[in-house]
Design a protein around this ligand. Structure first.
Ligand code: EPU
Length: 427
């Protein structure tokens, strides 16, 4: 079993370069099956979610070839069966984007129920509503989601909730539907726009991505393309918080500052000094950390995927901060781990009240999911003493070399392997 061992007290200083956006690439890789052609994708992050998606493509008959450290060539000319089995789908949420893309390509798809972070119930009713409106029949049998249609026909679809996943999945199916599809009340995250740009570069006709309404004129054929993934907004935000939390001075390179505005605003209120450049942003903090109230919302609101990291930072702020989770029902499970380190946090449903404390102390904690795992690393940096983090595979799903990049900024984090027998003995 692998763990991270974090020595507390580091002040982060220096430069860090942000990788390609996880939540964009996990939609764009499944989208390549729409092409029956060769796509070259650049700025791919080296994360385990991407490795699993490559495996799914290869199992289906596509060829996937790395052309460089961050560039991949995917040829989806030969897809045998439009099926993604449980053994692969279970690792990540985004495996279900193959439903939309395979439905668009083959008019049928079978994908096992997806995995991903556990924030309580994660329904897929809006995905199904969208596929059905396009003319597909959808059923869930023996853990497989099956969708098929004689032909897909454009439709007017109003989503009942703003959903990133449903917007992406239905967009993937609708690009090849006959006629016009109008999607209303859609998600507006940067990765929605990135996917639309990727599909348009393949010959799709999608307008309005990034607004509340997306209009898609279906096309018969999509062709291969070369495309570069946008920088990861949440990875950048995580380093911004780490810099502010440790009272550091960090230049974060390869970012789109516009995507970071909601995070920047809250960190400034908490006492960080921010300087924006064209494609980089510098964070320093010399004064005290101050309390801030935050409510997470769909984009352009404060991103839920930054909630655990900023809540962790606020554990040592002056005063009491209130965090309201506006997207997920159950995204405060990690708070118990922070309490082991001396944090003072009360949770009532979707609201956490954080009373700032003088100091956190190192403790054994678990990475309960991807962003909660990043939060534990930040907590470890802020704490006195040593923090040992278990279940680090969650972190490696979505951050490229998070500990290497933090160590380059002055952190002291080691990855250690504990033999399974030793773990069993300790239980
Ligand atoms: N929802 C429904 N019905 C649906 C779909 C969603 O009720 O059919 C609800 C959810 O229960 C939730 C809300 O709508 O309350 C928003 O869910 P959404 O569908 O937007 O989330 P997602 O697509 O499953 C993506 C990201 C998450 C991120 C959320 C919100 C990917 C692969 N995942 O999830 O990212 O938290 O959007 O921004 O893009 C992460 O990267 O750590 C992560 C969890």
């Amino acid at each position: 079993m692998e763990r991270f061992v974090v020595e507390g007290g580091a002040v982060l200083r220096g430069e860090v370069t942000i990788s390609g956006a996880k939540n964009a690439v996990v939609a764009i890789i499944p989208a390549t099956v729409l092409a029956k052609d060769r796509c070259v994708i650049e700025n791919i992050p080296n994360i385990s979610d991407v490795t699993v998606l490559f495996k799914i493509l290869r199992e289906m008959g596509a060829t996937v070839r790395l052309l460089g450290k961050t560039t991949v060539e995917i040829d989806t000319t030969n897809i045998r069966e439009p099926v993604v089995p449980h053994e692969l789908a279970k690792y990540l949420r985004a495996s279900y984007y193959f439903l939309g893309s395979l439905l668009g390509r083959c008019n049928r798809a079978s994908v096992a129920m997806p995995g991903g972070c556990n924030f309580g119930v994660r329904p897929i009713d809006q995905h199904i509503k969208g596929f059905e409106a396009l003319g597909a029949q959808v059923s869930i049998d023996y853990g497989m989601i099956n969708a098929q249609a004689e032909e897909l026909i454009g439709a007017h679809i109003y989503f009942d909730v703003v959903s990133v996943g449903a917007t992406i999945n239905v967009m993937l199916a609708a690009v090849k539907a006959k006629g016009v599809t109008i999607l209303e009340n859609v998600a507006k995250e940067p990765h929605i726009v990135d996917l639309a740009n990727f599909l348009n570069s393949m010959g799709a006709d999608i307008r309005g991505a990034g607004t509340d309404v997306i209009k898609i004129h279906g096309v018969d054929v999509l062709r291969g393309t070369t495309y570069s993934i946008i920088p990861d907004q949440i990875e950048a935000g995580t380093y911004m918080v780490a810099a502010a939390a440790t009272g550091g001075d960090v230049l974060i390179k390869n970012v789109i500052p516009k995507h970071l505005e909601a995070i920047t605003e809250k960190l400034s209120k908490a006492g960080a000094q921010v300087t924006e450049y064209d494609d980089s942003i510098r964070f320093t903090r010399t004064g005290p950390l101050e309390k801030v109230n935050i409510k997470t919302m769909p984009h352009p609101g404060f991103p839920t995927d930054m909630q655990p990291q900023i809540a962790t930072m606020l554990c040592k702020a002056n005063g009491t901060s209130i965090i309201t989770e506006g997207v997920w029902d159950n995204r405060f499970k990690y708070v118990d781990e922070l309490r082991r380190m001396g944090a003072s946090i009360q949770v009532d449903g979707k609201v956490a009240v954080i009373e700032g404390v003088e100091c956190l102390t190192g403790a054994p904690v678990r990475a309960l999911d991807l962003r909660a795992g990043a939060a534990m690393l930040i907590a470890g940096l802020m704490a006195e003493g040593t923090t040992v983090i278990e279940d680090i595979h969650h972190i490696e799903r979505g951050y490229e070399d998070l500990t290497g990049k933090l160590n380059h900024l002055g952190a002291n984090i080691k990855k250690v392997t504990v033999p399974e027998e030793q773990v069993a003995k300790a239980l």
